[in-house]
Each structure stands twice: as structure tokens, then as C-alpha cells.
Design a protein around this ligand. Structure first.
Ligand code: ADP
Length: 239
């Protein structure tokens, strides 16, 4: 099966000189199209760093030492290890990101914010753009808040608008960092259902950092990180 993500022998460091600290150690991970993979583990274990590297939000450090000769970070068929800044930007644009802190445009309504997630896709007709944006907002339980501005929405509602914006273009790869952390049970379930539907119906691949036990049962695979290392994968928990 097509590998959407293929990470081989990847290390990562922060800082320079005596402050240099290794935070990822020889990461090897393969994720196939349509898989939902959850990355879990203690705070500081390197989950966000790995997610950011896969998403092209952080440049992999290209080391000339022997251990990293064979390092590779292939995402959607593109090699990001050693890639130029321009290539990383291109790679970034293809993905759907769900991070904490939503980054909604304050001067745009919920609907307008979500439509922005589709604007890169020029082939979509205006009417369809509107329909899809409304549909996805309904799916995250915000059908009655289409014309609300971010400062009229609660933290959880803003998070759901950001999620709708990230998913409306049906990205091939969705990267999410604690997507349900600020959501109540019902909203969390709506978001999880939406992601599951995207994976099953559109073949999207989802890599998500979470500690939320409510989500664990949608995973095809749960991968544990500890101290910058991937532990052997555990089978998905069915609760
Ligand atoms: P997690 O997501 O599992 O909490 P992170 O990937 O955020 O872990 O962090 C892994 C390690 O890298 C931690 O020790 C953290 O302090 C360090 N780290 C993360 N980002 C930076 C940064 N920008 N500069 C320096 N150190 C960082």
C-alpha cells in the first residue's frame, strides 16, 4: 500500500554548541494512505517536534555524521530531508493542520474563515464552496453560528471552526496536535466522527497527537513516544 509518510533514521536537535540537545533519536515510522495514527506519550517526549517535521513546519537538520547518512523523511511522495525552504512551503500547503490556538481571522465570520480553507482550490465553483463550508460547519455542530465572528464564539467553538477550515478541502494528509483538548464530549465526538469519515470516505491519512482517551478507539494504530524515541507500536485500543 502507498506510504503517505515514511520516516527513516531521523534524528533532531535543538540549540547550538553546549546547549545543543538531541530531542529525536533514530525515528522510523511508516504510515499508509487512509490510516489514522495516534502519537501519544509524556509531555516533552518529542511528539510535536515529529509532527512539525512531517508537516514541513520545521526543517529537518541535515547532519553529515555517519548515523544520519541514510536519514529520510518522505511525505506524500516528496523528500523533505534536505529540501529547500521553498519546497517545504509547498509541502506545507498540501496538508490540513489542526493545532491549538486556532489562528482564525478575527474580521471574518465562521463561514468566511472556513471558505478560506478552500480558496486555494480554484477549481471549486463559488456555490459549491459555500455549500461545502456550510456542510462541514454543520458537521461540527456550528450550523447555527455560520455568521458569528471569532470573538462571539467560545474557545471550543473557535477550535471547531479551525478544524472545519483544515478539513474542508479534504486534504490527503491531516496533522493534528491535541485537536479535542478544549472540546466538551459532544463537540469532541463530532470532530472525531468528522475525521473518521474523512479517512474512510476520502482516504485521508491522519496523524494526530492526543492524550484524549475518547479518540483512542478510532485509531488504526497507536504509537508511543518516550524521551525522543518511538516505542514499538501498540495495537489500537477498542473501548
Ligand atoms: P511533546 O510534544 O511530546 O510535548 P516536544 O516535541 O514539544 O514534545 O518537545 C520535545 C523536546 O524538545 C522537549 O525537551 C522540548 O523542551 C524541546 N523543544 C521543543 N521545541 C523546542 C524549541 N523550539 N527550542 C528548543 N527546544 C525545544
Amino acid at each position: 500500500m502507498l506510504k503517505v509518510i515514511s520516516v527513516r533514521n531521523l534524528d533532531h536537535y535543538f540549540g547550538n554548541g553546549s546547549l545543543r540537545k538531541q530531542v529525536l533519536f533514530n525515528i522510523n515510522l511508516e504510515i499508509s494512505a487512509g490510516e489514522i495514527v495516534i502519537l501519544t506519550g509524556p509531555s516533552g517526549s518529542g511528539k510535536t517536534t515529529l509532527l512539525n517535521l512531517v508537516g514541513g513546519l520545521r526543517s529537518p537538520l541535515v547532519e553529515r555524521s555517519s548515523s544520519s547518512q541514510s536519514a529520510s523523511l518522505r511525505v506524500l511522495g516528496q523528500e523533505l530531508y534536505g529540501a529547500s525552504a521553498e519546497r517545504l512551503v509547498q509541502a506545507r500547503r498540501r496538508n490540513g493542520y489542526i493545532f491549538q490556538g486556532h489562528n482564525l481571522h478575527g474580521s471574518l465570520t465562521a463561514l468566511q474563515n472556513v471558505k478560506m480553507g478552500l480558496e486555494l482550490h480554484q477549481y471549486i465553483e463559488l456555490a459549491e464552496l459555500e455549500t461545502r463550508a456550510i456542510q462541514i460547519l454543520e458537521q461540527v455542530g456550528l450550523g447555527n453560528h455560520l455568521h458569528y465572528y471569532p470573538d462571539q464564539l467560545s474557545g471550543g467553538q473557535k477550535q471547531r471552526v479551525a478544524i472545519a477550515r483544515a478539513l474542508v478541502s479534504h486534504p490527503q494528509l491531516v496533522l493534528a496536535d491535541e485537536p479535542t483538548a478544549s472540546l466538551d464530549s459532544q463537540s469532541g465526538r463530532d470532530v472525531v466522527n468528522l475525521m473518521q469519515k474523512l479517512a474512510h470516505e476520502k482516504g485521508s491519512t491522519i496523524l494526530m497527537v492526543t492524550h484524549d482517551h475518547r479518540i483512542l478507539n478510532i485509531a488504526d494504530r497507536i504509537v508511543q513516544m518516550e524521551d525522543g524515541r518511538l516505542m514499538s507500536p501498540t495495537p489500537a485500543v477498542i473501548s
